[in-house]
Design a protein around this ligand. Structure first.
Ligand SMILES: [Zn+2]
Length: 297
């Protein structure tokens, strides 16, 4: 088993080798496909072994963006959470947070559906697929009881988790986030392999941070809306490398999630929203302005 730790544009790849063919969990963002293919093929990856199955924790662009390319390269089966399958089949760009969030992924077909509660043998280890709604209401996490390893996707990171939709957009999302953290707290997890960032062992501390964050969101749902937009904006900057400051207002007006959140929550001119988000991100050091452009840190 090997974990390729990527950045925030591409999710990590977990490569599980076995006699029956390899399994890769999550395939990164489309822009990074050449690196993803190189890592998966490398000595620490499959090293010449076949890839039997590509698995997704959930179907957001940074986790499924290399699916089509890996399938072309290896002829592998693609397995996605049961809840994601119909959205992928219909290529629902809104539900999959593609054009709605200014993101892209190459379309692919689903070969296998992963039901919550099902058990799978990947890399000669037994993994339970557990429903982990919240950041993505259809997401799964994969738990190996024997070694206490949790492949958590974006349900739990060392510091937080993937952004969650505000209650006015999806009333279930924040309660589900808390329930998923409680589910994880009830497992004997000794090591977490998150979708982003290094694997970690201090699971208790990560859960405490995640619960505190959830409490803060519960107390101030508007904070959730701002947080989601800031995350989506930083992702767009990582994808495009920079955006002209003069085009930010237009970007906020054109991109579905900004337009919808502004209409529902903030009700300000697009230029004002763009300015507020930019200022907040500059203040916390997540982005910087340089010669008329906004750039990621
Ligand atoms: Zn992710």
């Amino acid at each position: 088993m090997h974990v390729f730790v990527r950045d925030w544009l591409s999710a990590n790849q977990v490569v599980l080798r076995s006699r029956d063919g390899g399994v890769v969990i999550d395939s990164g963002y489309g822009k990074h496909v050449p690196l993803t293919l190189a890592l998966v093929a490398s000595r620490q990856g499959l090293d010449g072994a076949p890839l039997a199955t590509l698995v997704n924790t959930h179907c957001h662009s940074d986790h499924m963006g290399g699916n089509a390319a890996l399938q072309r390269a290896y002829g592998c089966t693609i397995a996605v959470p049961a809840g994601e399958a119909p959205l992928v089949a219909a290529w629902d760009e809104r539900a999959l947070l593609l054009d709605y969030a200014g993101q892209r992924a190459e379309r692919f077909g689903v070969d296998e559906i992963l039901q919550p509660g099902s058990t799978h043998v990947w890399g000669d280890l037994e993994w339970r697929a557990l429903a982990a709604p919240g950041h993505d209401m259809r997401a799964l996490v994969f738990f190996n009881d024997e070694h206490g390893i949790l492949v958590s996707g974006d349900a739990l990171w060392q510091n937080g988790y993937g952004f969650v939709m505000p209650p006015a957009i999806d009333a279930e999302a924040l309660p589900a986030t808390r329930a998923t953290l409680e589910l994880i707290a009830g497992l004997d997890v000794r090591r977490v392999i998150p979708g982003h960032g290094e694997p970690f062992d201090d699971v208790q501390a990560a859960l405490e941070r995640a619960f505190r964050r959830t409490e803060a969101f519960e107390a101030d749902p508007l904070r959730l809306a701002r947080h989601a937009l800031k995350v989506v904006l930083v992702f767009a900057l990582l994808d495009r490398e920079r955006l002209p400051l003069a085009a930010m207002s237009d970007y906020v007006e054109r991109t579905g999630i900004f337009r919808e959140f502004n209409a529902r929550f903030f009700k300000v001119p697009p230029a004002t929203l763009a300015g507020q988000l930019t200022d907040e991100l500059v203040r916390v050091g997540a982005v910087r302005c340089e010669e008329g452009y906004l750039l990621p840190r």
